[in-house]
Design a binder for this molecule. Structure first.
Ligand code: ADP
Length: 459
């Protein structure tokens, strides 16, 4: 058991604040890092200490400087580093170096991460324990010819994916042979450019599946539980926009089958910390594992609302060596986890829906938030006078509602979105309201084709 005194968050914005809050509640001192471009950002003032990093580096690279971050952590007496999501959160090298330097990486160890962080490898693990995956080739495809052979065998459409990909990037759909031949090389070079490795793989492209994912938590002693599923089917260009839990459009049997496959897979690697197993469900109701995210996710909030379990605190406690059933983590077995009601998260971004969701920048000249019964706001950069820069993710605030019924969770979320008044930069609030008010959303049955098929959501 190693009690943490100081935890550094190798991240920025809302997730950095989320972790600082958890630290404060656990009586741990929080340490922020920030780039030159973030010197006036809100998040750094929410930590107990903050240090500038990345001198002369590009804005994004500041948060990717493995050696600089670790040596800063060491010089400040930091016990552990929380990586948040994005940036270094799935970087095996970073996790390994933290371990080497005696700093606890709050997440799985680097070996576990290397087994799972990569989409091809995690598919292989899934197949080895009998968890269904989408038909595809379980290794990097090296040539157009190999890709074509697979597509001829399983039929079009197929999808090319970057093995190291994330955030909906690095995917190309081929509806016919010409597309495949045309897209192959650019998919490879895009993968190399965005993720540093040009490994791409191919699998069958499912027709408008649902995206259902399962939250798991594991400790250092082999205990693993799931905290039910989330429906993240409402996506724009393969990126999640609205998430909710529990999923409504699957049966209880499907829910149990998906959650039990998630546990099977997490157990196969003896998973530790918070993680998510993502599945696609096709229109016949079959589910397929697609990838594992060995980190906290943007949408973890909805799971916290219905289970009452603080996932970030749990991560920190597990990293200190507490077991799931300790009084600190306080999860006394799978059966002890109950869910109450429905929770919905809308991602408010500084993007202009009328201009193909181009990120908008500038000074926020008015920032008034909604609140009230059943509302939680997890924000990072929003306040009157804040400067929205073009350098980072455009997520401004997450509006999360929780209620006894799905329909009331929708009403509460819509009400909070209407109360949220942001001036000076464009946001997607109107678009989110259109999603919440749509009949298909209201009956919980959106699939991943929903946004693309409903251009009226932009009005
Ligand atoms: P990322 O890691 O970039 O988020 P994922 O592999 O999790 O990528 O996929 C993101 C989304 O892309 C899925 O939720 C789904 O909408 C779509 N997708 C991925 N693979 C397939 C597939 N084989 N068939 C249909 N849709 C897919």
């Amino acid at each position: 058991m190693k009690k943490f005194k100081r935890v550094l968050v190798a991240n920025r914005g809302e997730i950095a604040i989320r972790v600082f809050r958890a630290c404060e509640e656990l009586g741990i001192r929080s340490v922020a890092i920030y780039s030159e471009e973030d010197k006036n950002s809100l998040f750094r003032t929410k930590a107990d200490e903050s240090y500038r990093i990345g001198k002369n580096k590009k804005p994004v690279d500041a948060y990717l400087g493995i050696d600089e971050i670790i040596s800063l952590a060491k010089s400040k007496g930091v016990d552990a580093i929380h990586p948040g999501y994005g940036f270094l959160s799935e970087n095996v090298e970073f996790a390994r170096k933290c371990e080497e330097e005696g700093i606890v990486f709050i997440g799985p160890d680097h070996i576990m991460m290397s087994k799972l962080g990569d989409k091809i490898k995690s598919k292989i693990v899934a197949n080895s324990v009998g968890v269904p995956t989408i038909p595809g080739i379980e290794e990097a495809v090296k040539s157009e010819d190999d890709a074509k052979k697979f597509a001829d065998y399983c039929g079009y459409p197929v999808i090319l994916k970057a093995s190291a990909g994330g955030g909906g990037r690095g995917m190309r759909i081929a509806w016919r042979e010409e597309d495949l031949l045309r897209e192959f090389k650019s998919a490879q070079s895009e993968a190399k450019k965005a993720f540093g490795i040009d490994d791409i793989f191919i699998e069958k492209y499912l027709d408008k599946p649902k995206h259902i994912e399962v939250q798991v938590l594991g400790d250092n002693y082999g205990n693993i539980v799931h905290l039910f599923e989330r429906d993240c089917s409402i996506q724009r260009r393969h990126q999640k926009v609205v998430e909710f839990t529990p999923a409504i459009s699957i049966t209880e049997e499907q829910r149990q089958a998906i959650c039990s496959d998630a546990i099977k897979l997490a157990k196969a690697v003896n998973y530790r910390s918070a993680g998510t197993l993502e599945f696609l469900v096709d229109n016949t109701g079959r589910h397929y594992f697609i990838e594992m995210n060995p980190r906290i996710q943007v949408e973890h909030t909805v799971t916290e609302m219905i289970t009452g379990i603080d996932l970030v605190q749990s991560q920190i406690l597990i990293a200190q060596g507490y077991s799931l059933d300790s009084d600190e983590v306080n999860i006394k077995g799978q059966e002890s986890i109950e869910k109450r009601g429905y929770a919905i998260q809308c991602r408010v971004t500084t993007e202009d829906p009328a201009n193909n969701f181009a990120p908008d920048t500038g000074k926020i000249d008015m920032y008034r938030t909604g609140s009230g019964f059943g509302i939680r706001l997890d924000g990072g950069n929003g306040f009157t006078g804040a400067e929205i820069s073009p350098y980072y993710d455009s997520l401004l605030v997450k509006v999360i509602s929780h209620s006894r019924t799905f329909s009331d969770a929708i009403s509460k979320n819509a009400r909070a979105l209407k109360e949220l008044k942001i001036g000076g930069v464009k946001t997607n609030i109107g678009f989110l309201l259109n999603v919440l008010n749509h009949e298909t959303f209201k009956n919980g049955s959106c699939d991943t084709g929903f946004i693309a098929e409903n251009p009226s959501l932009l009005n």
